[in-house]
Design a protein around this ligand. Structure first.
Ligand code: SF4
Length: 288
């Protein structure tokens, strides 16, 4: 249980033991992301990871949930991940689920068979930061992944029976591409039909290239009302079935949850009410 740098995990992994199998993100180029700063991406030696697992075992005893960090841990070679999953199974007999962050391009680098092997070894859920369905936005923020790659990667994960949790980032198109971001992101999510869908809201961090753009007047974030309108347009254009939807991340101005499509109208009414009443999470309690 030794940690290096910022350690992040999805809200739904709050109760999980976080195991850093790598440090940083192998991409680390997204203009809005300041999580790993100048931390050089490095895969931790298996022996060191095994030692951490044994430390966690002696501290927590048996565990049911583990999350593999950092930023895109699925980039690790499949053999290494299988070795780690084996160690986890051995240490924690009650282990029910292992989660991991992945870029869609990491998924695409693995064959269907490799993904099925990882599933069989205990990997349960993959979290993919799609951010946007607009290729213009993805290119501007240097996501390093196209819309088509995002669809293909996510479908491949689903076909391997991995649960798929996807994330769209409100505000990432700025004011100028807000509408395109909403519509294209809905189109992307419709093509994937993920099990889980979360929205986060962009926060401009000082240690990022996007902050510089804001300072130069080259990027303008929609105001909170504009961000809710962006979310509304996105949800209005969704056509998914049985997708569990949440905006419970601390970056959001409004916390919503439900199952899309059956709760779509109720969620849209809640957004309208928040827009009319101006009842939004105050800035000082927003966070990443
Ligand atoms: S947003 Fe994700 S992929 Fe992009 S730099 Fe940050 S951790 Fe890496």
């Amino acid at each position: 249980m030794r940690y290096r740098g910022n350690v992040i995990r999805p809200p739904s992994e709050a109760g999980s033991y976080i195991l850093q199998v790598a440090w940083g993100c192998s991409h680390n180029r997204c203009t809005f992301c300041g999580t790993y700063g100048d931390l050089t991406f490095q895969i931790r030696p298996l022996e060191e990871v095994r030692e951490d697992i044994l430390m966690a075992k002696s501290y927590y005893g048996d565990l049911r949930r583990v999350f593999l960090a950092d930023g895109n841990a699925l980039v690790l070679p499949t053999e290494r991940l299988l070795g780690i999953l084996g160690c986890l199974k051995e240490a924690f007999p009650s282990l029910q689920r292992v989660g991991i962050y992945a870029r869609a391009t990491d998924i695409l680098r693995k064959s269907a068979e490799e993904l099925r092997d990882l599933r069989a070894a205990g990997l349960g859920i993959v979290y993919v930061g799609l951010e946007s369905g607009s290729d213009s936005v993805l290119s501007l923020v240097r996501k390093g992944c196209t819309r088509d790659e995002a669809v293909a990667g996510c479908i491949r994960a689903k076909e391997a029976d991995l649960k798929l949790s996807t994330i769209i980032l409100l505000g990432i198109g700025g004011k100028s591409l807000s509408r395109e971001h909403s519509l294209e992101s809905a189109r992307l999510v419709n093509a994937i039909n993920p099990r889980y869908l979360s929205l986060l809201t962009l926060m401009i961090l000082k240690n990022t290239p996007l902050y510089e753009k804001v300072q130069q007047g080259l990027f303008e974030l929609p105001d909170p009302g504009g961000l809710l309108e962006e979310m509304k347009l996105f949800i209005e254009n969704l056509d998914v079935r049985q997708t569990i939807f949440r905006t419970n991340h601390a970056s959001n101005y409004l916390s919503l949850e439900g199952t899309l499509g059956k709760d779509r109208d109720r969620i849209l009414r809640e957004i309208d009410r928040a827009l009319q009443a101006g009842f939004l999470r105050p800035e000082f309690i927003r966070g990443l």
